[in-house]
Design a protein around this ligand. Structure first.
Ligand code: NAG
Length: 603
């Protein structure tokens, strides 16, 4: 989910203050990088360029390898274990429940159809549609990101004719040219490779697998370095013509989140090279897990060149780290439990995360919820909690709940529940019913009990407010802060999926109706604020009330609709209102872009 540049990032001080990380905006990226390169123009060594005998798209497997792997670790061959059941035993539903559920499902499906048609009409084969102007964006290479990201959705929601037409269009995507000169290897893996793999697992149409291999071959080339660690911001042009080495400043999510996609590709093709590539990274994480400043977790900024994952001091399950952790329980599910290292990685990292990065916030209704923050860990002070919250870290509720099931750790299901309830609480706390991108809360000393203290809240808010503004005026006119929030440092909602993702997983795991109802509230709130003439738009500031927006004629809609709006957000909304057998979590596991892969299950 996670990703990095998709999340408009802020300038964060990386740990030991050695590095400053840029939070990029995708729209910034797409407007800045517009160089167009093509295979024919690349470099001076035409013998390195692909010559595809049959014509057709450029094949990266024909480009020379500079540092071939000396030996390949094969996929584990053991029979899958019988893992604990993930989904709740759903009883046959009542007529009343079924009709309400189907009504809600139909509403989601028609929202998807509307967005998809707008994409088809105005942005076909581009990465994204701009939902207000109707123009296009190509920040992910110009390889039709929204189209590839939604093949599985078209299949799941039963748009079979559209699936067929989108898939045949996708066949013409050519990886010998790109609209950007630096490719984010992580984003391309989760969206494009993940999209084709999932479309293949669902439809069994061979063309999906061919295209997955084509992308897989290109991405594999990013691992062509002396230590076989990937170049995460990868320049196609350089890769064609010169040797590369891995970077020494890398975001941990961009190094550690290839496991599911690469493993699935090896499972489907029988070619171990992709599994080998990620297995090397997994071993590295395991080797260095207990040597970091917060043993169990790895810092957000790591060095892939040495490689060294131990130096930096900022730790979080949130932005720029997220899917590293998310993939541990998911790899257990995907492989059927035959590789023991994923339990070790999960248990070690979650123990540290629970102790040092999760907190119970002080809120006026004293709700028993958890929020995932971060920790600064220095030898001199020990780990210090940063009581932040982010929309994107809402995936953590689903991760803990799934991990708790798959690894048989019931206490993790409870943590997952409290984290998910924290996201639902945050949606409900804001006047438009939508949660902000980044905020601060006030951590309680004690997770067991937490009394609301208005004086303390006012004091915390005042710490964050500009000098001299009277408290009431600051709250009302400037910050528009609901009680419980100390600060909302980024008030956007960019059509993100992570809250509904966890609500969906908690529903499938617990069977509790309250999660479907919370999902419906979230869906209606998002639609009400984000709908445009064409589709749906990211929101610039969700702290206003509807009355303020109407009265002052404030426009909060931004001309942006990332591919994850349809591919993830609407997929999870659709699935929570589908029959529980549709994409069952006992047969499928979702990558971080919400693409379901078929699990290796014991017969
Ligand atoms: C509430 O917070 C204030 C300020 O931190 C503190 O002085 C006071 O003792 C607290 N009240 C209670 C009942 O804990």
């Amino acid at each position: 989910m996670f990703s990095v540049q998709r999340y408009v990032l802020y300038l964060a001080l990386a740990a030991c203050a050695l590095f400053t990380i840029s939070y990029f905006r995708t729209d910034f990226l797409s407007s800045r990088y517009n160089a167009h390169i093509s295979a024919g123009q690349l470099g001076s060594k035409p013998q390195h360029l692909a010559v595809n005998p049959g014509g057709g798209p450029f094949q990266w497997r024909t480009v020379l390898t500079n540092y071939p792997a000396k030996s390949l670790t094969p996929l584990p061959t053991a029979k899958p274990l019988k893992l604990p059941k993930v989904q709740h035993e759903f009883l046959p539903e009542t007529q009343e429940h079924a009709s309400k559920r189907k009504e809600r499902q139909a509403a989601v499906r028609s929202t998807f159809e509307r967005s998809w048609k707008a994409y088809r009409q105005h942005a076909w084969m581009h990465d994204e549609l701009a939902p207000i102007s109707g123009s296009t964006k190509d920040g992910f290479g110009g390889w039709a990101a929204s189209l590839v990201d939604n093949l599985d959705n078209l299949w799941i929601m039963g748009f079979k004719t559209e699936f067929e037409s989108a898939l045949s269009a996708a066949m013409s995507i050519d990886l010998g040219s790109a609209t950007i000169d630096s490719v984010n290897v992580f984003e391309t893996t989760i969206r494009h490779l993940g999209g084709f793999l999932s479309a293949y697992d669902l439809s069994e149409d061979e063309r999906c697998l061919h295209k997955a291999i084509e992308f897989g071959d290109m991405l594999y080339k990013a691992f062509d370095t002396p230590n076989r660690m990937p170049v995460t911001r990868w320049r196609l042009q350089d890769a064609m013509t010169s040797r590369s080495i891995a970077d020494n400043v890398v975001l941990v999510a961009e190094l550690g989140s290839f496991t599911m996609e690469f493993t699935r590709l090896s499972m489907l093709t029988g070619d171990p090279k992709w599994y080998d590539a990620v297995d090397r990274i997994t071993r590295l994480f395991a080797e260095q897990q207990s040597r970091t400043h917060l043993p169990g977790m790895w810092p957000v900024v790591v060095d892939a060149r040495t490689p060294d994952l131990t130096k930096d001091t900022w730790f979080t399950l949130g932005a720029m780290a997220d899917s590293v952790y998310e993939y541990f329980p998911k790899m257990q599910g995907l492989l059927g439990g035959v590789e023991a290292v994923y339990r070790k990685l999960y248990e070690g990292s979650m123990a540290a995360a629970i102790k040092h990065t999760l907190y119970r916030p002080m809120v006026p209704d004293e709700a028993d919820i958890l929020i995932a923050g971060g920790a600064r860990a220095q030898a001199s002070t020990g780990p210090v909690l940063d009581a932040r919250g982010e929309h994107l870290v809402c995936f953590a509720g689903g991760m803990f709940a799934l991990g708790g099931k798959i690894f048989d750790m019931p206490e993790h299901v409870e943590i997952g529940r409290k984290l998910t309830d924290g996201c639902i609480w945050s949606y409900r706390a804001l006047p438009l019913g939508v949660m902000p991108e980044v905020f601060q809360m006030i951590p309680c000393e004690d997770r067991a009990s937490c009394k609301w203290n208005e004086t303390m809240w006012r004091e915390e808010v005042s710490k964050h407010q500009p000098m001299g503004m009277p408290f009431d005026r600051y709250i009302k006119e400037h910050a528009r802060l609901p009680k419980g929030f100390a600060q909302i440092s980024d008030p956007r909602y960019i059509l993100r999926p992570e809250a509904i993702e966890s609500v969906f997983i908690l529903y499938r795991i617990t069977g509790e109706q309250k999660y479907q109802d919370a999902a419906w509230d979230m869906f209606t709130a998002i639609i009400k604020s984000s709908e445009t003439k064409l589709a749906n738009a990211a929101l610039a500031d969700i702290t206003y009330t509807q009355e303020q927006l109407d009265r002052d004629n404030v426009n909060i809609k931004m001309d942006s609709m990332e591919s994850f709006w349809m591919a993830e957000t609407l997929k999870y909304f659709y699935l929570i209102f589908s029959d529980s057998s549709v994409v069952s979590l006992d047969e499928w596991v979702f990558n971080t872009e919400a693409h379901p892969f078929r699990r290796n299950v014991a017969l």
